[in-house]
Design a protein around this ligand. Structure first.
Ligand SMILES: *[C@@H]1O[C@H](CO)[C@@H](O)[C@H](O)[C@H]1NC(C)=O
Ligand SMILES: *[C@@H]1O[C@H](CO)[C@@H](O)[C@H](O)[C@H]1NC(C)=O
Ligand SMILES: *[C@@H]1O[C@H](CO)[C@@H](O)[C@H](O)[C@H]1NC(C)=O
Ligand SMILES: CC(=O)N[C@H]1CO[C@H](CO)[C@@H](O)[C@@H]1O
Length: 465
């Protein structure tokens, strides 16, 4: 990507358009490609400093981008933006640094709920506004229609709604003549839902109704794990025939500090790089959940206010690398350089997977069930199905410890969802945060307020025990 960054200055001058520097990505088969036909592998960082739009703060984003680019970051993921804000400076600075952006389209009031799923005009209009505000930036890599909406097998009833959202956002994109920016989904790593959800988002003969990519928030690889012990070999086995791009939209288990990011060698190595398009590390800023790569100073009191302090952490200023995690990631990425394939030499042959069959408690969507139409409510019925029942086991799921990840509606799932290789402490802190966060609407994993609530919950549970 350094080559890209070098040419970008020239293009910038020629086009005199602040955001034309990094060439748009395209998808062919199951891979991403840059404008010059090289395969693109995501080396990403989740970037959300507060609940507010981090791409609207021109001063702060430039400070952060300058540090991010020193370790080879070529992508960020942003969970919440304000479509009415101006993003030219941040998007331009990212582009100049050779950094692409994956963006979540949902906002706090509009995300799709697992237990009472809807895909309605209010949500559609809100998603459209984000797409309208960002489609013109060439360095937008893709849009997510949801993050960890499904966390249980029974929650699979929400799957048709996220797929309907993708269908409609793709149709909207095309009707407006926008660039074919990929639309996909970021899934919690829940064993009950694997690999049905993965297959479901891509399945069917009509590609207008299928997602453009799929991604997983996986915390299976903790500490000194390995390709086999972590479970990654299983993930790889079930993705090797996948017809659309797949990548890690969050990774970076923190239960065995310091983090060494050993999984990056597998993801970018010979085992997985033929299938996976890279990984986004969770997350840039250090906060209560303890996943940060940088801080902006020592933690403050939980109740402190002023000077960029929110929920006990300063969230503005010059980022300070957290040692040794930041350097460890830098080393892990420096030695990870998959060659990939050239777009011209790549002839994809994988076809969409079959739509998964109805299995009571595990996948409660029939394989031939049409997607709901926009706003379709109570009259959206499951067609009759012959039910096979599946034993429910949570072994092998992984979720982020010490935060509200994967827990917005279901405490039980996250509680039992500790990864193989993760410690008992991790499992119980997840349980505590999940229990507390269960009824609180949270749009995604890295909402620091919920992280804080989770911590308080954890302390409370420990107190009770
Ligand atoms: C649309 O769905 C959202 C999210 O479930 C919900 O909050 C909102 O009330 C719904 N809006 C309408 C008009 O039904
Ligand atoms: C494919 O799906 C789109 C979106 O739902 C629909 O408009 C179109 O008619 C479908 N095409 C076929 C051949 O069924
Ligand atoms: C892989 O797929 C098989 C067959 O569908 C399934 O039983 C298994 O649980 C999957 N493994 C993972 C890690 O998703
Ligand atoms: C893989 C890697 O980079 N590991 C390093 C992480 O940081 C610790 C502490 O500095 C080093 O000892 C490891 O070598």
């Amino acid at each position: 990507m350094y080559g890209l960054a070098a040419t970008s200055g020239l293009m910038l001058a020629l086009a005199s358009q602040a955001y034309a520097a990094t060439s748009a990505l395209t998808i062919k088969g199951s891979k991403f490609f840059t404008g010059d036909g090289n395969q693109f592998f995501i080396k990403g960082i989740a970037y959300q400093l507060t609940n507010d739009d981090p791409l609207a703060d021109s001063t702060q984003c430039v400070l952060d981008i300058n540090l991010m680019k020193t370790i080879g970051t070529n992508t960020i993921r942003v969970y919440h933006v304000d479509p009415s804000a101006n993003h030219d400076t941040c998007m331009g600075a990212l582009s100049d640094a050779g950094i692409y952006v994956f963006l979540d389209l949902d906002t706090f009031p509009t995300y799709i709920l697992q237990e009472n799923p809807e895909w309605n005009q209010t949500q559609y209009s809100a998603y459209q506004k984000v797409m309208d505000a960002f489609h013109n930036y060439d360095n937008v890599a893709g849009f997510f229609v949801g993050n960890e909406v499904l966390t249980t097998g029974a929650g699979s009833i929400a799957a048709p709604y996220i797929k309907a959202a993708a269908r409609d956002m793709k149709a909207y994109r095309d009707s407006k003549g926008y660039r074919k920016i990929p639309v996909g989904y970021s899934a919690a790593d829940i064993s009950d839902l694997r690999p049905n959800l993965q297959n479901y988002v891509a399945c069917g003969s009509n590609q207008s109704e299928a997602m453009d990519f799929y991604s997983l928030n996986a915390y299976e690889w903790c500490g000194d794990s390995s390709y086999d012990v972590s479970g990654y070999s299983q993930l790889q086995m079930n993705a090797s025939d996948y017809n659309i791009p797949i990548f890690f939209s969050e990774t970076g288990c923190n239960t065995v500090p310091p983090r060494t990011f050993g999984d990056q060698a597998a993801i970018f190595g010979s085992e997985m790089s033929g299938t996976w398009s890279g990984a986004i590390i969770y997350e840039w800023i250090e906060e209560t959940n303890n996943y940060g790569l940088v801080s902006y100073g020592a933690p403050a009191a939980a109740t402190a206010t002023g000077n960029g302090i929110v929920a006990g952490y300063t969230r503005t200023g010059t980022p300070i690398p957290i040692s040794p995690d930041f350097d460890n990631l830098s080393k892990a990425w420096a030695t990870a350089s998959p060659s990939g394939v050239q777009m011209n030499n790549y002839n994809p042959s994988n076809s969409p997977p079959a739509c998964p069959a109805y299995t009571s408690g595990l996948w409660e969507v029939s394989s031939n069930q049409p997607l709901p139409t926009l706003g379709q409510g109570a009259d959206y019925q499951q067609p009759s199905h012959s039910s096979t029942s599946g034993a429910s086991s949570m072994a092998g799921s992984s979720s982020k410890s010490g935060s509200a990840s994967a827990s917005r509606t279901s405490g039980a799932t996250a509680a039992s969802g500790a990864a193989s290789g993760s410690s008992t402490a991790a499992a119980s802190s997840t349980a505590a945060s999940a229990a507390m966060a269960r009824s609180v609407p949270s749009s995604d994993a890295n909402v620091m307020i919920l992280g804080f609530i989770g911590l308080v919950g954890m302390i409370a549970v420990i107190g009770i025990l």
